[in-house]
Design a protein around this ligand. Structure first.
Ligand SMILES: *[C@@H]1O[C@H](CO)[C@@H](O)[C@H](O)[C@H]1NC(C)=O
Ligand SMILES: *[C@@H]1O[C@H](CO)[C@@H](O)[C@H](O)[C@H]1NC(C)=O
Ligand SMILES: *[C@@H]1O[C@H](CO)[C@@H](O)[C@H](O)[C@H]1NC(C)=O
Ligand SMILES: *[C@@H]1O[C@H](CO)[C@@H](O)[C@H](O)[C@H]1NC(C)=O
Ligand SMILES: *[C@@H]1O[C@H](CO)[C@@H](O)[C@H](O)[C@H]1NC(C)=O
Length: 369
């Protein structure tokens, strides 16, 4: 018996679901991009003497009114001023949609569209969402921490970290701060502590939008190399294995005081390198296309920080290399000196042997002189 009464719930649930689906028809959802225009859909059966009232359901704030064949904005809520319009030419065809310009976070909410004609009235609702997408993600080294940040996002994004080579996630404790600006947009800053030796890992920060449709990934590696003064050198820079190698730009720069000076850029689509024309700094195009962006410097290595950046759509990999110049003057002149003394000894020996041999072979010439 209990079994059959339980079974009776199934058709009831199905009927309720259908009714629910039907009710939903008068309620639509629209996602607007911040600062852009947005259309809130509403249609009705036109039959003359059309009246349209759009209200923001929270406190029933008037958004836009239309009757006697004209807009009536006297009672419009201040924050919608100058931002709304109907498709006036299409009202007679039953189109009561509202265009909302320059949308902002305060526009989020439920809107009511009331229409009335000679033949009765209709209600429908529109839920408005406003999204501010992630536009960029910055990463930097701050003392013994790596910091990743992004601004002007709505809704608040998520931040996560990994390292390459991987480490246990409990080793990499992040502290993430999310704050909202007066306009309601979120900023996030997340930090992780460096694990052991700084050059041991690449730190990868991912910022993901709340709905998971957008993911930005930025990674940072810091290394140190010694270059013998005035020598030629190769500064290594290898893209992460997960980097998209189909469409990217490689940029090498040198940080002079606070300014970053571009040394060269390489575009993977055109396979062109743009440099300062001195040909003293080069990358190997074939190597770059396979993820090795190492920079070859001919007698131009300087002490300071070189930055290498692989960037593609929503992904960037940075390598900061602190270059130290080892004078090695003494060592080098020692080598030079021993090189020259070897030659001198060799020449002196050769001359002595020559004189000796000549003396034995040509005794006459010796007596003549
Ligand atoms: C009303 O007209 C506008 C402009 O042509 C259009 O974008 C919108 O989809 C129409 N809405 C309805 C409900 O027909
Ligand atoms: C980090 O590693 C480099 C190379 O392996 C080594 O020369 C350096 O001493 C290490 N630094 C620290 C602080 O362990
Ligand atoms: C470099 O930047 C720091 C802080 O951003 C500033 O205090 C300093 O004056 C700058 N130095 C130069 C030479 O511009
Ligand atoms: C990267 O390329 C440079 C030359 O551009 C080469 O010397 C170096 O061995 C390469 N590194 C790897 C890991 O392939
Ligand atoms: C390459 O990526 C850029 C953005 O990083 C994008 O604008 C461009 O359309 C892409 N080109 C191709 C051919 O995929």
């Amino acid at each position: 018996m209990a079994f059959w009464s339980a079974m009776a719930w199934i058709p009831t649930a199905v009927i309720l679901f259908c009714v629910w689906t039907f009710i939903e028809c008068t309620e639509t959802q629209v996602v607007c991009s911040l600062s852009e225009d947005c259309v809130l859909q509403c249609s009705f059966k036109a039959a003359g003497e059309e009246v349209i009232h759009w209200t923001f359901t929270h406190k029933e704030d008037p958004v836009h009114a239309y009757y006697h064949d004209a807009d009536h904005l006297e009672h419009q809520d201040q924050r919608f001023k100058g931002r709304t319009s109907l498709f006036n030419g299409l009202i007679k065809a039953g189109n009561a949609s509202l265009r909302l310009r320059n949308s902002n976070i305060q526009d989020i909410g439920r809107y009511h569209c009331y229409t009335s004609t000679n033949k009765g009235n209709q209600d429908s609702w529109v839920n408005v969402e406003v999204h501010a997408p992630i536009q960029s993600v910055g990463i930097e080294m701050m003392g013994d921490e790596v910091s990743c940040s992004s601004q002007g996002i709505y809704p608040a994004p998520r931040v996560s970290w990994i390292t390459d080579p991987p480490t246990q996630s409990d080793m990499l404790k992040d502290s993430t701060q999310t704050s909202a600006d007066p306009g309601g947009l979120y900023s996030v800053q997340s930090r992780v502590r460096i694990l052991g030796n700084i050059s041991d890992h690449t730190y990868v920060c991912s910022v993901t939008s709340a709905d998971g449709t957008q993911e930005w990934m930025t990674s940072l590696r810091q290394q140190e190399i010694n270059i013998v003064n005035e020598g030629s050198a190769i500064i290594p820079c290898i893209a992460l294995r997960t980097f998209n190698l189909h469409n990217f730009t490689l940029t090498w720069a040198f940080i002079r005081v606070n300014k970053s000076e571009v040394i060269l850029t390489f575009d993977s689509l055109t396979k062109q390198t743009v440099d300062q024309g001195t040909s003293q700094a080069k990358v190997d195009p074939d190597q770059v296309l396979s993820g090795n962006g190492s920079l070859w410097l001919q007698n131009t290595a300087q002490a300071g920080t070189y930055t290498c950046s692989f960037s593609a759509f929503q992904i960037q990999h940075l390598v900061h290399t602190h270059v130290k110049l080892t004078p090695a003057q003494n060592k080098e002149s020692d080598v030079t000196r021993s090189y020259w003394s070897t030659i001198m000894v060799f020449l002196a020996t050769a001359a002595a042997v020559f004189l000796l041999l000549r003396r034995y072979k040509c005794p006459s010439s010796h007596t003549q002189s």
